[in-house]
Design a protein around this ligand. Structure first.
Ligand SMILES: [Zn+2]
Ligand SMILES: [Zn+2]
Length: 184
């Protein structure tokens, strides 16, 4: 590829980091916890500097099931570090914190884009990429695909894409976590 693809931010999900106090709601009890998002992992501890009590990986088993700005709360279905499916309810103290957490969790769910060094051919039709047939990426699965295999545009609210973006023909109409996860 003529230009340096690897500089594109979509190849670098691992840079996403956020931490701060939130309220974790469990069995209708509210507990103040230190929440950390780093390297596609979400974990919480009793306070800043203490070891994590629980953690989950943001992969295709992770999903946000409820996201409500009027309550500043985000509900996620997660698989915890022991492999158990759990519901995490994250309540934020301010609407600004809620918005920041909601956005970064959605961004962490986006797939890493296929091959930062540049793929040589389309992962759907195997057609070679050239100066004319350029490489594109599906926002839902991250695969490198050609133009004719990625004609559709969709909004993908669960990944924080609120305007229409490129989607490959395998992903049309599917939830993002029904598509193959390149990271696992
Ligand atoms: Zn193709
Ligand atoms: Zn796709």
């Amino acid at each position: 590829m003529g230009h340096n693809q690897s500089k594109h931010p979509e190849f670098h999900r691992d840079n996403l980091k956020k931490e701060g106090y939130v309220i974790m709601v469990s069995k209708s009890k509210e507990k103040r916890r230190w929440l950390v998002l780093s390297d596609k992992k979400l974990s919480y501890s009793l306070s800043l500097g203490t070891p994590p009590k629980n953690s989950t990986t943001i992969n295709n088993k992770f999903r946000v099931t409820y996201d409500n700005s009027s309550e500043n709360s985000i509900e996620c279905q997660v698989v915890n570090k022991k492999g158990k499916t759990q519901q995490w309810i994250i309540k934020c103290e301010t609407v600004q914190e809620y918005r920041a957490w909601s956005l970064i969790i959605k961004h962490a769910q986006r797939p890493n884009w296929d091959d930062p060094r540049g793929s040589s051919s389309c992962k759907i039709c195997n057609g070679k990429f050239t100066a004319v047939t350029r490489q594109h990426h599906c926002r839902k699965c991250g695969l490198a695909v050609c133009k004719k295999d990625s004609k559709e545009r969709e909004i993908i609210p669960e990944l924080g894409y609120n305007t229409k973006v490129r989607v490959c023909k395998n992903c049309i109409g599917k939830r993002s976590n029904e598509t193959p996860d390149l990271n696992s």
